[in-house]
Design a protein around this ligand. Structure first.
Ligand code: NDP
Length: 399
């Protein structure tokens, strides 16, 4: 079989010769008891860079020794890109949310042999799920592999943004010492009202991780959490996003991107937020309206916006979120720490092993199966597509 794998660029200076840590902490299980990915074999050392082109998700030996062809590329956008040349006869495509190969309806129409799209991570909105369903292409992702990595990033962003860390760090780097400049936008998180849109794996973990800051916790989700969890974290449930954002100082967004959540934070929603609130969005860029966010930061309706997700990705060089005031954006990194990479590489290998051996892929990994939303997909997504406008990714020029 032919496997097309689209991965992000190698480090500018080439692959690392050594790593900061010589080993990763051992984690046995996820908090709900779900087991970590457990492939039969592994041809890499956990902690190595696996998500970039030369890392190859550690798959080459495994695939080639089983008679398969592996094509790895970072050329994924614009007419004539490498990925488009190979999608026409690929059986499986692997892509990452960090550097998505947008599997649009047009690309799916050309992919005559395609049987499965694997997301090396979580969030399969870069695939036109409707077209995948219509063309009986299965879509799977590595549920839970980096959810806790993202929750850590959320905590980092909430605390650093509210305390205005970036400004203070910049002052030091520039040789300065003006404390008044450094603290004029700096607050304590303690006592604030923090709310999450969606309390799934990431949202709930972010709430748990914020609890020791002595804050008031809120959530909105389509399904209520068990009473025991609400009690443990002293959570306030809201029937609507609007009701929650009215009372929150910080809103963190943790739902998948699908037609129901696209553009959820537009001018109207932001105008209902508490004045001067902060948003942390590590879910997907398209859940927030690009111009509405920039406008609200300029007017002061929002005090800060942080996250690591953009639309499209890579973000065009002139994307307004790169330059808007009081932002704490990173490139899409929260789910691709070296720790997370080994988990999603293991997960991809487990999925491939199952596929080649004709075994069932874990139900938790399924988004689309046999032309229908299935598994996690049936629970968390809605029908349709959220890939519109992704061709703009071709505008990004490497620096
Ligand atoms: P989960 O499936 O565990 O959680 C998703 C939650 O979103 C579920 O509780 C689901 O609710 C809820 N949800 C779905 N639609 C809506 C809606 N319309 N309104 C409110 N809630 C909704 O996934 P994770 O927590 O692991 O991941 C969530 C998302 O985070 C991913 O889909 C991805 O987009 C993003 N992500 C980002 C990463 C990064 O690197 N920045 C890495 C990993 C994920 P219910 O099930 O109750 O219907």
């Amino acid at each position: 079989m032919k496997i097309l794998c689209v991965l992000y660029d190698d480090p500018k200076g080439g692959m690392p010769k050594s790593y900061a840590l010589s080993e990763l902490p051992k984690i046995e299980k996820y908090p709900d008891g779900m087991t970590l990915p457990s492939p039969k074999g592994r041809d890499y050392t956990p902690g190595q860079l696996l998500g970039c082109v030369s890392g190859e998700l550690g798959l080459r030996k495994f695939l080639e020794s089983n008679g398969h062809e592996l094509v790895v590329t970072n050329s994924k956008d614009g007419d004539g890109c490498e990925a488009d040349k190979h999608i026409v006869d690929a059986d499986i495509v692997i892509s990452q949310p960090f550097f998505p190969y947008y599997l649009t309806k047009e690309r799916i129409a050309k992919a005559k042999n395609l049987k499965m799209a694997i997301t090396a991570g979580i969030g399969s909105d870069h695939v036109d799920l409707q077209a995948a369903m219509d063309n009986k292409i299965d879509v799977v992702e590595v549920t839970y592999c980096n959810s806790r990595s993202v929750a850590e990033h959320i905590v980092m962003m909430i605390v650093s943004m509210v305390r205005d860390y970036h400004n203070q760090h910049r002052i030091v780097n520039e040789g300065g010492w003006n404390i008044a400049d450094a603290v004029q936008r700096s607050y304590d998180v303690e006592g604030m009202h923090i709310g999450t849109v969606a309390a799934g794996r990431i949202g709930l973990d972010a709430l748990r991780k914020m609890k020791p800051f002595d804050v008031h916790l809120h959530y909105f989700d389509r399904h209520k959490l068990p009473d025991s969890v609400e009690k443990e974290l002293n959570l306030t449930f809201h029937e609507s996003v609007e009701s929650m954002v009215k009372v929150c100082d910080v809103v963190t967004i943790n739902c998948p991107l699908h037609p129901e959540t696209e553009n959820l934070f537009d001018d109207a929603m932001i105008s209902k937020m508490k004045k001067g609130a902060y948003i942390v969005n590590t879910a997907r860029g398209k859940i927030c309206n690009r111009d509405a966010i920039a406008k609200a930061l300029k007017s002061g309706q929002l005090s800060g916006y942080a996250g690591d997700v953009w639309f499209p990705q890579p973000a065009p060089n002139d994307h307004v979120w790169r330059t808007m005031p009081h932002h704490g954006m990173t490139p899409h990194t929260s789910g691709t720490s070296l720790t997370a990479q080994s988990r999603y590489a293991d997960g991809v290998r487990e999925i491939l092993e199952c596929f080649f051996e004709g075994k069932e892929i874990r139900n938790q990994y399924l988004i689309v199966k046999d032309g229908q939303l299935a598994g996690m997909g049936a629970h968390s997504y809605s029908k349709g597509s959220a890939t519109g406008g992704s061709e703009e990714a071709a505008k990004y020029k490497k620096k």
